[in-house]
Design a protein around this ligand. Structure first.
Ligand SMILES: Nc1nc2c(ncn2[C@@H]2O[C@H](COP(=O)(O)OP(=O)(O)OP(=O)(O)O)[C@@H](O)[C@H]2O)c(=O)[nH]1
Ligand SMILES: [Mg+2]
Length: 533
């Protein structure tokens, strides 16, 4: 089925989308070619869709200009024995108006209008081109440009040079996919006998078929004698009447470009990022950013603060002398409040060690390898860049994330104060016992009525003081066990909170950009498939 203009529009839009997605990632030559095709096709469809531009191309002296004159019934084209003759393209349009915008776009300066009663010839624009094989580079460049731009091509060959490699290898074979919008004319057949012509036609037909040009008709003409010219004109008229050459040609262009993009993309199925590898990256990046240090700090700070309150007051003051690890790191509730978003170094966490950095790199490497496995190199580089591109921002965000995390250590446990109260009561008990022991005899003698008791020969005051000390130490021991358990729980919770905060930053600065590349690759594949449908 021949493609419709609507379908071409969809294909073209898909090709543009694929080109955009592959920009900077796909093979530059392939993407560049596809970009040109998309641009050219877009320009052509925006111009006269009623007109069909057919160009006569071929080697010098094959008789293009002679045929051009014969087909148009004019003498506009210069025909000569000297080679090459035609140096610039010339156009003839039939009817009352020339499609000037289209001819401007084709950059054909020499243009003529031919009046005709034949309605069927209207909308045909015939071009006489220079040769593709002369010594003049400019000629070949004109031909190459026109071959890319016109709607249909008629290749004119002569009996001597019909098998010429410059034509077959340089143009016909590479254009095999465009066979539907091409014709081949064997001109100067008046120079051949009937048998020679037959032989020549069958030889050329075989050659074309082998080159994949089965769909291109072959016509024999003599521009001098006029034989075959009306048949050729009829085929051109039929091409114009179908009004499909332009859409067909552009669809073939778009498909060819899309096929090349598809080959460049390869068959890789785009994946989602592997979850366990993501977790590994979060873990190692978190460690490198100091999560472990902060967790240890939370544990130690809780122990230190808890011990200071619940410990035996006569020795617990010692633990106050140790510096608070969280304050040293500029962390904790108060520190978090002090941090402003514009701070550069929010925390005083040390820089990642070489080992930590190596682990981060390895984790990222594995993540990238998994994500980009099977992708062409340009895409692997883009995924790599996406994973590493925001490093500075990430370091800053990780630090902020850690600084902002509420470590839940600002206020201690409610029972610490109770223990502290009890400890001081027990100290009072000790003091009271000692006072009873030391001041008891004097008070008893002065008749205050305080009894002087003793067990096993030891004064009761001493027993009371000893009991106070013992109870205080036991209470401190119990407190220590509880504080240690609390410190562990706080550390676990802090790790969870920190990892959550850290993973948000990593998600935004690493995983999301990498996933965006995978999505982009997927978009390119889907667009290429749509362009080929
Ligand atoms: N016998 C014979 N001679 C022809 C025929 N067609 C063209 N010629 C001659 O071949 C020579 C070249 O013809 P042109 O029409 O100028 O050829 P061209 O392909 O336009 O050549 P360039 O402009 O140089 O590319 C002229 O001398 C023509 O008279 C033909 O069908 N039979
Ligand atoms: Mg010529």
């Amino acid at each position: 089925m021949k493609p419709s203009a609507d379908k071409l529009g969809l294909r073209l839009a898909s090709l543009k989308e694929a080109v955009e997605a592959m920009e900077g990632r796909g093979n530059p030559a392939v993407v560049g070619r596809a970009t040109k095709v998309a641009t050219r096709a877009g320009q052509r469809v925006s111009m006269s869709a009623d007109h069909t531009v057919v160009a006569l191309a071929g080697s010098t002296g094959s008789g293009k200009s002679s045929l051009f004159n014969a087909l148009t019934g004019t003498e506009y084209a210069q025909v000569a024995v000297r080679r090459p003759t035609t140096s610039r393209a010339m156009a003839v349009g039939w009817g009352t108006e020339l499609p000037n915008e289209l001819l401007d776009w084709l950059d054909v300066g020499r243009r003529h209008l031919v009046a005709t009663d034949d309605e069927r010839l209207r909308n045909l624009v015939l071009l006489d081109l220079p040769d593709h094989d002369s010594t003049e580079d400019a000629h070949r460049m004109t031909v190459d440009r026109m071959v890319d731009m016109v709607d249909a091509l008629v290749w004119v060959v002569d009996p001597q040079k019909y098998a010429d490699a410059a034509l077959h290898d340089g143009y016909l074979k590479p254009l095999a996919e465009h066979a539907d919008v091409m014709m081949v004319v064997l001109n100067q057949c008046d120079r051949l006998t009937g048998d020679q012509l037959k032989h020549c036609v069958s030889d050329l037909r075989g050659l074309l078929d082998r080159e994949g040009l089965r769909a291109s008709p072959l016509v024999a003409t003599s521009a001098v004698r006029g034989s075959g010219v009306s048949e050729l004109r009829e085929s051109l008229v039929a091409t114009v009447a179908r009004k499909r050459a332009m859409v067909h040609r552009l669809s073939l262009d778009v498909k060819k470009a899309a096929r090349q993009l598809s080959n460049d993309l390869g068959p890789k199925v785009p994946a989602k990022l592997n979850n366990s590898l993501k977790e590994q990256v979060i873990e190692t990046m978190g460690e490198a950013a100091g999560v472990g240090l902060v967790v240890d700090g939370v544990h130690d700070a809780w122990q230190r603060r808890g011990a200071a309150l619940t410990g035996w007051p006569l020795v617990s003051w010692v633990s106050r002398l140790r510096p608070d690890p969280l304050k040293q790191l500029r962390l904790g509730a108060m520190a978090a409040l002090e941090h402003r978003p514009t701070d550069v170094n929010r925390t005083s966490l040390p820089k990642a060690s070489a080992v930590q950095k190596a682990r981060v790199d390895q984790g990222l490497r594995q993540l990238i390898d998994q994500a980009a496995q099977g992708m062409p190199t340009g895409w692997v580089a883009a995924v790599d860049q996406a994973a590493h591109g925001n490093q500075a921002l990430l370091a800053d965000e990780l630090d902020t994330a850690i600084a902002r995390t509420d470590l839940k250590v600002a206020s201690g446990a409610w029972w610490w104060v109770l223990f502290s109260l009890l400890q001081w009561l027990l100290i009072l008990t000790v003091v009271g016992g000692l006072a009873w022991w030391l001041a008891g005899p004097a008070l008893a003698a002065s008749g205050f009525g305080i009894p002087l008791l003793s067990w096993y020969g030891v004064p009761a005051g001493v027993w009371v003081a000893l009991a106070g000390v013992l109870a205080g130490l036991i209470l401190a021991g119990v407190g220590r066990l509880l504080v240690n358990a609390g410190a562990k729980a706080r550390a676990r919770r802090a790790r969870k909170e920190l990892n959550a905060a850290v993973s948000t930053a990593i998600e935004a600065q690493v995983f999301a950009p990498v996933q965006a590349e995978l999505d982009r690759y997927h978009r390119a594949q889907a667009a290429v498939r749509a362009a080929l449908r």
